[in-house]
Design a protein around this ligand. Structure first.
Ligand SMILES: [Zn+2]
Ligand SMILES: [Zn+2]
Length: 448
């Protein structure tokens, strides 16, 4: 899958599959060097209004305020929204309140100038106020530029709120190249996480007959390959490297938009990232960025896949496994203990299709045993942890939980209970339904 451009405007790849559920994506995406100056032109092709709210943070405004404001104010009436925060900006009610208070009744559109949090806040406000928004990205640090959900924080619980994607996206590579190293690694980690998302999706398709899209799988392959084949360019933050990383992130965003959900790009590695973030927030401790957490969680998910396929399933007794499955009450207590009393009840409430019945468990296990060879073969694309670790080292990224200040108990909690964050099917759920998850996780964390 080769990407094409017309004057820095990305030609969005058209699905070649026979799926009937894909939607048409109405967004102009511009990528190139020194293109920030074209922002008014790009906006005018989609929006006729002249009043806008520019949402950004203090740090970015200090760095780029005197660059972006003169470009915009020539053609537009610009009002600023910079959430006032102590420390790290979070997508919570305080930041939202600041943006809402800055929003005038006659505002025509919003501009998000930033990366993850700024875009999530803006897309949520844009959705609720029914206004279009423009994204001017500042770092290739996450895959959510085109997202239609905004992960927000409500009392330390990470919840996905409905939102909208930007009608125009502008990525000036000269700005992106100046993003700090840890944000570059975060973007890389977010893309590498797609290995797990893809594997779990294929697993869900085989075991539960989940809908799967071959075109989205191709997009994910292309995204991963763009990152892996440009590792040194990404490390050196060359124009080519940063463009490749950004394309990879946008491609996975497109796959999510096409599929109508995040299934092509997020699975247990993302659940683990959310679990770690929420637990750190409740403990009032700093947490790793989204992409860093996802990147490191991916290494442990790769470990689990490897251990799983080394396990000897020849003599397992299905009736014994089903009999030993913890009761729904037991399960609920374990989730409440792992997530805590603030977050735990919402996790249980939000996943109505769990726990599964004993009949369903038996059905899944029997499909797994019957399809074991097919599953193993279909998932043979998964790399080893050591191959990925080499990439991470090139980018000076964290290669284990400890390097992100995640201790053994938090890691163990994430490995055992992140799967319950949502009902989406994963290898962790399968291992749990087979009654071997605790055993495999204990084996994984013994040297942590
Ligand atoms: Zn992500
Ligand atoms: Zn499709």
């Amino acid at each position: 899958m080769k990407l094409y451009y017309d004057n820095n405007k990305l030609k969005i790849p058209k699905p070649t599959c026979s799926c009937t559920h894909h939607q048409v994506i109405n967004s102009d995406i511009y990528i190139g060097s020194d293109i920030l100056k074209n922002l008014p032109l790009y906006i005018s092709k989609k929006i006729s209004g002249k009043k806008c709210l520019l949402v950004t943070d203090n740090n970015l405004f200090t760095l780029y305020g005197n660059q972006i404001l003169p470009i915009l104010t020539k053609d537009y009436d610009v009002k600023l929204a910079i959430p006032s925060v102590e420390g790290h900006l979070q997508p919570n009610q305080y930041a939202l309140g600041d943006i809402m208070m800055a929003l005038d009744d006659d505002c025509d559109f919003l501009i998000a100038f930033g990366s993850g949090t700024i875009n999530d806040l803006t897309r949520y406000v844009a959705f609720n106020c029914n206004l279009p928004f423009i994204s001017v990205g500042t770092a290739p640090s996450m895959d959510g530029y085109l997202s239609v959900v905004a992960p927000m924080l409500s009392d330390d619980l990470k919840i996905n709120k409905p939102a909208k994607y930007p009608i125009v996206c502008v990525f000036d590579i000269d700005i992106m190249r100046k993003a700090p190293d840890d944000m570059i690694f975060a973007g890389f980690g977010d893309v590498i996480g797609k290995y797990i998302a893809k594997a779990d999706w294929i697993l869900g398709n085989i075991i539960n007959n989940e809908r799967i899209c071959p075109f989205c799988l191709d997009i994910i392959d292309e995204a991963i390959s763009l990152c892996e084949t440009n590792i040194l360019e990404i490390k050196n933050k060359t124009e080519k490297g940063i463009k490749a990383l950004l394309e990879a992130l946008l491609l996975t965003g497109l796959a999510m938009l096409l599929n109508g959900d995040s299934r092509p790009a997020a699975s247990n590695e993302h659940n683990m990232g959310h679990f770690i973030e929420m637990k750190k927030l409740t403990a009032k401790q700093p947490h790793p960025s989204h992409g860093e957490a996802v990147g490191v969680a991916t290494l442990y998910c790769l470990d689990l896949y490897q251990l799983f396929f080394n396990y000897d399933f020849t003599s397992i007794s299905v009736s014994k496994i089903v009999l030993n499955q913890p009761s729904p009450l037991h399960r609920e207590q374990a989730i409440l203990k792992a997530y805590g009393q603030t977050i735990g009840p919402s996790i249980i409430k939000n996943n109505v299709d769990e726990p599964i019945t004993k009949d369903e468990q038996e059905r899944r296990i029997s499909v797994f045993l019957k399809q074991y060879d097919t599953i193993k073969e279909n998932l043979s694309f998964l790399p080893t942890r050591s191959k990925m670790t080499k990439f991470y080292k090139e980018l000076n990224g964290a290669i284990n939980a400890k390097e992100l200040a995640i201790d053994k108990s938090l890691l163990t909690g994430a490995l055992l209970y992140a799967k319950d964050y949502r009902s989406r099917y994963t290898i962790f759920k399968l291992a749990d339904e087979l009654g071997i998850l605790h055993k495999l996780v204990n084996h994984m964390v013994q040297y942590e």
